[in-house]
Design a protein around this ligand. Structure first.
Ligand code: AP5
Ligand code: MG
Ligand code: ZN
Length: 246
């Protein structure tokens, strides 16, 4: 695993030799963790640091629902129950997204893969492109903390920024600090749906965490601390991948 901080500090650009050397999806980083672990909260800065787009499967699915696409309609009933959307639908959606130009070097994947089948499909697809998962970061939060986090969550309708009424409030109630967008609460953050999402996570997604641990690319970060402390731990985790100078 060789994530160089020198490379992380470059933004994608054709004239940049450091990024040109990484044109084969070499910079795929996964952000794994339970519902409410803080993936979305940390993803934006992490993606900017890595110089790759933030690709969140849940955000993409919610966009499809808003647009009323056939994928959005197919995903709706699963999402409302807190179940996973079938693998084949989600894998195709992510592969399409990775084919976009801004993801030529890779992406920060948030909420994907969520099943071993999705992880296999991702690994196969990257291998065919000469790429691989460079680093899988597991944001570890005890399950009893998750319900409180999700019950107080507010999201921006426009830019998906995530707030919490106690732990991370916006400057003005109901309005996004970043883009002035309107804040809303996700219908699947209701207590009954959250408990199903957590159960599904423990059953289907923990084996994915174990898979990347076995591959030797897992970095565990303690997500049960302040947002700033988690951010610092994430920076530390990716900088630990810096190769030792020869
Ligand atoms: P998705 O949107 O991915 O939801 P999730 O994984 O359940 O994760 P969340 O977005 O709820 O949590 P988060 O970790 O991003 O937390 P956040 O940063 O917002 O998926 C939704 C649905 O889509 C799924 O149920 C499924 O149906 C479907 N789906 C998606 N991907 C799929 C896939 N790959 N396969 C199949 N189906 C798929 O933080 C939460 C709250 O905590 C916020 O209020 C925040 O302000 C607060 N907070 C964050 N960090 C801290 C901290 N350190 N201290 C205190 N509060 C904090
Ligand atoms: Mg999220
Ligand atoms: Zn916003």
């Amino acid at each position: 695993m060789t994530l160089t901080l020198a490379v992380l500090n470059f933004l994608p650009g054709e004239g940049n030799p450091a990024t040109m050397a990484l044109q084969h999806h070499d910079e795929v980083v996964l952000l794994l963790g339970a519902p409410g672990a803080g993936k979305g909260t940390q993803a934006r800065f992490l993606a900017e640091t890595l110089g790759v787009p933030h690709v969140a499967s849940g955000d993409l699915l919610r966009e499809h629902r808003q647009r009323g696409t056939s994928l959005g309609r197919a995903a709706q009933e699963y999402m409302d129950r807190g179940d996973l959307v079938p693998d084949v639908l989600v894998v195709d959606m992510i592969v399409d997204r990775l084919n976009e130009r801004d993801a030529a070097r890779g992406a920060l994947l948030d909420g994907f893969p969520r099943t071993v089948a999705q992880a296999q499909a991702l690994d196969d697809r990257l291998r065919r492109r000469g790429g691989h998962v460079r680093c899988a970061i597991y944001v570890d939060v005890p399950t009893d903390v998750l319900v409180e986090r999700l019950a107080g969550r507010w999201l921006c309708k426009t830019c998906q920024a995530s707030y919490h009424e106690i732990f991370n409030p916006p400057a003005s109630d109901g309005v996004c600090d970043r883009c002035d967008g309107e804040l809303y609460q996700r219908p699947d953050d209701k207590r009954a749906v959250v408990s199903n999402r957590v159960a599904v996570y423990l059953r289907d997604t923990l084996p994915v965490v174990e898979r990347y641990a076995r591959q030797g690319v897992l970095q565990r970060v303690d997500g049960n601390q302040s947002i700033e402390a988690v951010k610092a731990a994430l920076l530390q985790a990716i900088s630990e991948d810096e190769p030792v100078p020869a």
